[in-house]
Unconditional design. Structure first.
Length: 193
């Protein structure tokens, strides 16, 4: 199918959102554009962070350790960069707390720093509510698609809690429809329902 549009898109290049982490020196200040964070176990494999794809995972087979990482989309107004922010589970607790208080992570302005200048030093995240114009926040990107592009994994091979819920609801409906069909189908040797 070909889709034409009257308006230029927000992101005209179709480029994946670049990945950014907390710098070793200085800080990163940005505002989250996603409603919820997404996270998964990852390996440092082939010189980069890649997701664990259990039950079939090359990195696991090689005995590589894993670490859970969180991902959110965020905008750095200083450089107008819309990017994917990666942080550890410990650092992500501040995001979880913010989302719990506010009902969404979107509009969470955060400042990420490290407790010392080592590249893998513990990350400290401070959050506060975005006070700028709501229209200045870019629309929420599809985080699943952004991660699929980042890791070069087909989006249909990625499962989220929401997708699992939908899948479960569909299987319940399927079971109900099958039961109804069975009830309505005349049985050749039996009485009609
Ligand atoms: Zn793995």
């Amino acid at each position: 199918m070909l889709t034409l549009s009257h308006e230029p898109p927000e992101n005209p290049n179709g480029q994946p959102l670049p990945i950014r982490r907390t710098p070793a020196k200085g800080s990163l200040t940005a505002t989250v554009t996603a409603d919820k964070l997404l996270g998964t176990n990852t390996h440092f494999w082939g010189g980069r962070t890649t997701p664990c794809t259990q039950p079939t995972c090359e990195a696991c087979d090689a005995g590589t350790t894993w670490r859970w990482h969180a991902y959110v989309s965020a905008i750095e107004f200083l450089t107008s960069t819309h990017f994917l922010f990666e942080c550890t589970a410990a650092a992500a607790h501040e995001f979880v707390h913010f989302a719990h208080e506010r009902g969404t992570l979107r509009g969470c302005t955060f400042r990420a720093t490290r407790c010392n200048t080592r590249i893998n030093a513990r990350v400290i995240i401070e959050t506060h509510l975005y006070t700028g114009k709501p229209t200045d926040l870019p629309p929420e990107p599809n985080l699943v698609l952004a991660l699929a592009r980042l890791w070069n994994i087909p989006a249909n091979q990625i499962t989220t809690p929401e997708a699992k819920e939908i899948q479960q609801a569909i299987s319940v409906l399927d079971a109900q429809i099958a039961a109804k069909r069975h009830f309505l189908t005349p049985q050749p040797n039996g009485p009609r329902p």
